[in-house]
Design a binder for this molecule. Structure first.
Ligand code: ADE
Length: 229
C-alpha cells in the first residue's frame, strides 16, 4: 500500500525537498509513499490571485482565507486525515508519528502569514500539530520533518537496518551510546579512547543489560520528563 500525502501550500516547489534524497527519496521511487503538492493560489478567484486578507479585530499580518483553502481541499479525490501545521498544535511525538503512518492518506495544510481563518480548521476538522516550541516562517519545513519521521517507518523503507524496539522513544527511553572500529581510536591530540569492555565480551545478556542501564541513566539526566509518563 502506498502512503499518500496531499499538501496544501503557497510554496509547492518546497516538496519533496529533502524527502527526494536518500532513504525517503528511494522510498518515493519505489512507491512506498507518494505526494501531491497543490498551490493554494491556483484556487484564488480574483485577477490578483489573492489568498489572504486583513484580520477582523485588527492587528498585524494577514490571514489565509477559508473560502480559497476550501476550494483547494475539495479538489482532492481523497482527503484522509487532515492536519494543520502550527506552533500552537499538539506536540508531535513518536506515538503520533506511528499513528499517522497507519492512515492511507493525509492532507497537510501549511500556513504562511499570521495563520489561517479558524472557521476553515473547525468546519473541516483539521488537527493542529506542532513540531516544537519555536516558530518557523511557515508550515512547510514542519510538514517535511513530520513526513520524514513517518516515511522511515513505512513497510520496506528501512529493511533490516530498522530496529524500532531499540531506537530513542520507542521504549520511552533515549537510545544507548554506539561504538565501532577502530578500537582504540586515537584522536588528533594523540589521546586514546577505548570502547567499553562489556561490548567486546560477547555476553549478549550482559550487553543488553548494560545498554538498558545506559538508556535509563541518559534519560534521567537529559529528559527526566520522559520518565514521569
Ligand atoms: N509553523 C510554524 N511554526 C511551526 C511549528 N513549530 N510547528 C508546526 N508548524 C509550524
Amino acid at each position: 500500500m502506498t502512503w499518500h500525502v496531499n499538501l496544501l501550500t503557497l510554496f509547492p516547489e518546497m516538496f519533496p525537498g529533502s524527502l527526494g534524497q536518500s532513504l525517503s527519496g528511494r522510498a518515493l521511487e519505489k512507491g512506498a509513499w507518494s505526494y501531491k503538492a497543490l498551490n493554494i493560489r491556483d484556487f484564488a478567484t480574483d485577477n490578483h490571485k489573492t489568498v489572504d486578507d486583513t484580520p477582523f479585530g485588527g492587528g498585524a499580518g494577514m490571514v489565509m482565507r477559508a473560502d480559497i483553502i476550501e476550494k483547494a481541499l475539495l479538489s482532492l479525490p481523497k482527503q484522509g486525515k487532515k492536519i494543520y501545521m502550527s506552533p500552537r498544535g499538539k506536540p508531535l511525538t513518536q506515538k503520533k508519528v506511528i499513528e499517522l503512518t497507519q492512515q492511507d492518506t493525509l492532507t497537510i495544510l501549511c500556513g504562511r502569514y499570521e495563520g489561517v481563518d479558524q472557521r476553515l480548521l473547525e468546519a473541516h476538522d483539521f488537527e493542529e500539530v506542532s513540531i516544537g516550541d519555536y516558530v518557523l516562517s511557515g508550515g512547510e519545513p514542519a510538514a517535511l520533518i513530520m513526513m520524514d519521521a513517518c516515511i522511515r517507518l513505512l513497510d520496506g523503507v528501512m529493511g533490516n537496518a530498522h530496529t524500532p524496539d531499540e531506537e530513542s522513544f520507542s521504549n520511552g527511553l533515549l537510545e544507548y551510546p554506539h561504538y565501532t572500529k577502530p578500537d582504540p581510536w586515537v584522536d588528533a591530540q594523540g589521546q586514546a579512547h577505548s570502547v567499553p569492555e562489556i561490548l567486546k565480551s560477547g555476553h549478549h545478556k550482559n550487553i543488553a543489560q548494560w545498554r538498558l542501564e545506559q538508556s535509563e541513566a541518559l534519560t534521567q539526566k537529559r529528559r527526566p520528563d520522559l520518565l514521569k509518563k
